[in-house]
Design a protein around this ligand. Sequence first.
Ligand code: 5RP
Length: 255
Amino acid sequence: VTPFPHLHFPTPQSPTPPSQDDLKRVAAHRAVELVESGMVLGLGTGSTAIHALDRIADLLRRGALTDIVGIPTSKKTEAQALALGIPLVDLNSHPNIDLSIDGADEVDPHLNLVKGRGGSLLREKMIEGASKRFVVIVDESKLVPRLGGSGLAVPVEIIPFGWEYTLGKLKKLFDGVSGFDAKLRMVKKEGKEDIDVTDNLNYIVDLYFEKGIELDLGLISDHILRITGVVEHGMFLGMATEVIIAGKDGIKVMK
Ligand code: 5RP
């Protein structure tokens, strides 16, 4: 029996293991099983969430789902959803969302997340925070014992005005934490390095913790948000209602 009933994974005669993208698709398809006709959906951003969008669009086309409206968590997702024919609304007209489905950069054992390495953390946090159910879809590589522990960044969205001041305040907050670093996120455009600008026309500072965040996450969150100039950070604490994890041995659901 294949552990991935939605997909045509290699049969025992062909032992090629599923790729990371196959696993992302498996998690996304499992999450879309929770979608019911008439729902207002939060539509996530990233290479995992796009599989959920594809699946929703496919079910809409086949009439298996009807009366769905989506709220995109980024301009990119908005464009993808429109191209796929998913009807869109916004948070102003639909502040009560039935279900959001989105990927994550890291998931800890308590269902806390790091999100926003794709830069969409602010809209994601608003939309997912307004959702009755927030289902996270990941492949098993996203599981970490501690947030910040994968060696990748914990993003913080800041306003452009006085960004060096805000960066300095963030550095000062973690002064003395061994292996800590903070950098303004840059992007390469037409071969040139430029400051990365979010959909909200803000900047992002990436925080790096060599050993992951060993301090109290709630306290860290409060301290970061208290810095004037910070808009939001990418730690999603206590927001996910469940995490669907696709791995080489099948699917696990953490609640
Ligand atoms: C974007 C996000 C994404 O959900 C996160 O980066 C995961 O992306 P992917 O599914 O491509 O690994 O938070 O801001």
